[in-house]
Design a protein around this ligand. Structure first.
Ligand code: HEM
Length: 191
């Protein structure tokens, strides 16, 4: 079994909450995307739910950090892989060192980008959620929080696109592993 039930629950909770935050965040960000809020129950509901779902997302990110931080540490093997990354990009697989740990270097980078971003989004989101708690003399903090929130959201969108592409297109049976826990499960389910 590649992923335990609790790991799959953790991953799907992160995915569902992240996608909701992404869609509602895009709706707040630009009028061009406001229709998304309408599809998701209206602007009022989206605005009321976004910060609370954000708290759930950050809680799941903390759960992931506790569960996976040790296996996500960069090893000497990862450093060798990183040096050969250019060969990986050029599909010269025979020149790329094999990785034996549970997660490869790319997956580890994905984990750290998303986890660190989740906490930055939470902190900047709290300022946007309770703007009145910032004194008028420090109004610049609110402006910085908006910028940080949006830039971090954009970073996660880039990471998320790569993550979904790797999981759906590149890793064989990626969806079966993430949903069922292992590729064998899929074969068992189809019998
Ligand atoms: C993690 C906890 C999070 C909290 C507490 C939070 C909270 C908030 C709040 C209060 C707003 C202000 C809405 C308004 O304009 O009145 C906001 C806006 C926004 N959020 Fe979040 N958010 C979180 C996570 C995320 C995530 C994960 C994304 C996207 C991947 C995201 C994307 C956005 C965007 C794009 C905006 C619009 C900013 C603007 O007005 O230009 N947020 N968020």
């Amino acid at each position: 079994m590649r992923y335990s039930f609790s790991e799959r629950l953790m991953h799907s909770s992160a995915a569902v909450t992240y996608v909701y935050l992404l869609l509602t965040g895009l709706a707040f960000w630009s009028p061009a995307f406001y229709w998304i809020a309408t599809v998701l129950g209206g602007g009022f509901l989206a605005r009321a739910m976004h910060p609370w779902v954000g708290v759930v997302f950050a809680t799941v990110a903390t759960w992931m950090l506790v569960k996976w931080s040790l296996v996500m540490r960069t090893t000497a093997e990862d450093r060798e892989w990183r040096k050969a990354m250019w060969h990986y990009i050029r599909n010269e697989d025979d020149r790329v060192p094999k990785q034996s740990g549970r997660f490869n270097f790319g997956q580890k980078m994905q984990f750290w980008v998303m986890t660190i971003s989740a906490f930055i989004l939470l902190l900047s989101g709290l300022v946007l959620w309770f703007p009145q708690s910032i004194p008028g003399s420090a109004a610049v903090v609110r402006e910085i929080a908006i910028l940080v929130h949006v830039v971090t959201a954009l970073v996660t969108i880039g990471a998320f696109i790569i993550h979904v592409y790797m999981g759906v297109v590149v890793v064989p049976n990626g969806q079966a592993i993430v949903i069922g826990g292992s590729t064998e499960d899929r074969a068992a389910a189809s019998r």
